[in-house]
Design a protein around this ligand. Structure first.
Ligand SMILES: NC(=O)c1ccc[n+]([C@@H]2O[C@H](COP(=O)([O-])OP(=O)(O)OC[C@H]3O[C@@H](n4cnc5c(N)ncnc54)[C@H](OP(=O)(O)O)[C@@H]3O)[C@@H](O)[C@H]2O)c1
Length: 265
């Protein structure tokens, strides 16, 4: 089985890297294409994969991964639609582009799986959700899950939930980065050297995530354990609650979901 990767930017390269790293594919079974020749050169040099000479050539593979920006999808689908007589599995990671929209352009019967990944996929700890179109059966979904599983964890959801996924895990890394940013800035303001503040915050974030994931306990229970009566954490939370931080976060995440819907999801 060959996989054609169309678009070798951040996410395309993360997927290529992940599939090769875990041994899911051999470099000679990956055929890639990108309109940016510089990126193609780099991908060929770094990953030793086959570089095709057009999008239709990459689309001759049994599985096609579309990793271009949403606004580039129309042009790419137009280019490849004549090369799909073999009914490949089409996996799209474009945000806000529905399987129905893709099916309409590629024709009936092409199995399409839509994925919402996130940027930690770049370092192999991504979180992706997959949703199948009308012609995507269990086998297609399992294949997409295995591919995205090369760069992190995967859940399967009905497509109507993709906007919520986008708001929670698609945009989610940015929420945590913001919290890190603020913690580092405040550490600095309290007199810590930048490098020390950064190390304290990054390790605390990684440790908290690992503890929450491995303990199997609810984050609320873990938080309660750090919050002793009359202590420092409680002092922080009194201020957070007075400023209605929880409600602000909820409004922000709801707004991201609404924007995903507006964008065509
Ligand atoms: N990055 C994220 O946080 C994230 C998260 C979830 C989902 N996604 C989705 O992942 C997709 C890719 O994102 P990215 O950050 O990897 O984008 P990117 O770095 O811009 O990569 C897209 C690549 O496709 C190339 N391209 C443009 N038009 C093309 C065409 N007609 N044929 C072949 N290649 C073409 C681009 O070249 P040029 O640079 O020359 O245009 C670029 O190298 C997007 O649809 C995005 O919605 C991204």
């Amino acid at each position: 089985m060959q996989i054609g990767v169309i678009g070798c930017g951040n996410m395309g390269q993360a997927l290529i890297h992940g599939m090769l790293k875990v041994g899911f594919m051999h470099p000679s079974s990956l055929v890639v294409w990108d309109s940016d020749r510089g990126k193609l050169k780099k991908v060929s040099r770094v990953f030793k994969v086959r570089v095709g000479c057009s999008n239709p050539e990459a689309a001759r593979a049994g599985i096609i991964i579309l990793a271009v920006k949403p606004q580039q999808m129309e042009e790419v689908l137009e280019e490849i639609k004549g090369s799909l007589a073999h009914r490949p599995l089409v996996i799209s990671i474009a945000a806000g582009v529905s399987t129905r929209w893709i099916e309409k352009r590629l024709g009936k019967g092409i199995p399409v799986v839509r994925v919402m990944p996130n940027t930690p996929a770049l370092v192999g700890v991504g979180m992706s959700a997959v949703a199948g179109g009308t012609a995507a059966g269990q086998g297609a979904l399992r294949t997409a899950e295995r591919i995205l599983g090369c760069v992190g964890r995967v859940v399967r959801v009905p497509e109507r939930m993709i906007n919520a996924v986008t708001a929670v895990s698609g945009s989610g890394p940015a929420y945590f980065f913001y919290l890190m940013e603020k913690m580092i800035e405040t550490g600095r303001a309290l007199g810590l050297p930048r490098a020390v503040a950064q190390e304290l915050v990054l390790q605390t974030a990684a440790g908290a995530a690992l503890l929450a994931a491995s303990s199997g306990e609810d984050p609320r229970a873990l938080r309660a354990r750090v919050t002793s009566k009359g202590g420092t954490t409680e002092a922080a939370f009194k201020v957070f609650e007075r400023g209605q931080l929880g409600a602000v976060l909820e409004r922000g995440i709801r707004s991201a979901a609404a924007r995903a819907k507006e964008m065509g999801g």
